[in-house]
Design a protein around this ligand. Structure first.
Ligand code: N1C
Length: 275
């Protein structure tokens, strides 16, 4: 009898123990899920709020709609399988407006160019447009089976060609070059071996899209430092003239970086006349 009772007691104790363990495990799972959910959501809303707040500075756009068009390009997709065309609806939602004689292109000279354009209202770069400014400096991607936007762990340029970010810049640069008109300016880097590099977006996407029916001249400004490696005589520029649509005239001028900075600092000097 006694033996039977203690066995029952033992059984009950074990049962309680199991229940307790199950409860503890469940609580831990719930805590992990909540923390994970919160951090993921935080990430998502942080990216979304950066996107929306940068977008809202532009006034004329329905930013919620632009955000929707943007998301459909990569959400729930393998981040290595986002083709350039995936961004077509985004470009259609926020099209580029032609700004003849003011459009500035660049390759490996981002800081010099923006240092200049920020100070002087002479040129418009892709980063001055809605899409360029909203996404400049950001990283984003989606994942198959997820509705979220991720900002870490996204594949880079070396991992796959059709990655989320690269395809965006290719698509946006193509659309920006499509509307180029009049006198077009491009700043190239004289401190590197191949200022007109066939793998760059400028050489592979933008220059081939300049259309002679719209673009009159392409004026290259070769940004030169004291001990520069290349200048306007660089052989890579031969390729540029070959790729350029016949009918577009080409010129190139070596300009020191300090001169460009001076030009930016002098508001009284007319645009472009400074170099
Ligand atoms: O490959 P690049 O330069 O030749 O591309 C620059 C070229 C410019 O004329 C812009 O119109 O293409 C456009 N563009 C951007 O505006 C831009 N903003 C930020 C291309 N890329 C841009 N980025 C990021 O810099 C993006 O991540 C891309 O990979 C780099 C390319 O810079 P680069 O090699 O100096």
């Amino acid at each position: 009898m006694e033996h039977e009772q203690s066995r029952r007691l033992e059984k009950r104790r074990r049962k309680r123990c199991v229940i307790l363990i199950v409860i503890v495990v469940l609580i831990v799972i719930v805590i992990i899920a909540v923390v994970l959910g919160l951090t993921l959501r935080q990430n998502k809303s942080e990216f979304e709020s950066t996107f929306l707040s940068r977008c809202e500075k532009f006034n004329q756009y329905d930013c919620k709609k632009v955000w929707g068009a943007f998301q459909q390009a990569y959400v729930n997709k393998d981040p290595c399988k986002v083709p350039v065309e995936a961004y077509d609806p985004l470009i259609a939602a926020a099209p580029f407006k032609p700004q003849c004689n003011r459009m500035m292109f660049w390759s490996k000279t981002k800081d010099v160019v923006h240092g200049f354009t920020e100070k002087k209202d002479c040129f418009v770069t892709l980063e001055d447009t809605l899409l360029g400014s909203v996404l400049d400096g950001l990283t984003w991607c989606g994942k198959e089976g997820s509705k979220d936007t991720f900002t870490t762990g996204c594949p880079g340029w070396s991992e796959c060609e059709n990655n989320t970010v690269r395809s965006f810049w290719n698509r946006a640069s193509a659309a920006f070059a499509d509307v180029a008109c009049g006198d077009v300016t491009a700043m190239l880097n004289g401190s590197i071996n191949t200022p007109f590099n066939p793998t760059s977006i400028f050489a592979s996407v933008e220059v081939p899209r300049f259309n002679a029916s719209r673009v009159k001249n392409l004026n290259v400004v070769m940004v030169i430092q004291k001990n520069n490696i290349s200048n306007c005589t660089d052989p890579s520029l031969k390729n540029l003239t070959q790729v350029l649509d016949t009918g577009i005239t080409y010129s190139c001028k070596d300009v020191s970086e300090s001169r460009i900075q001076e030009c930016g600092a002098k508001p009284e000097i007319a645009c472009g006349a400074c170099w």
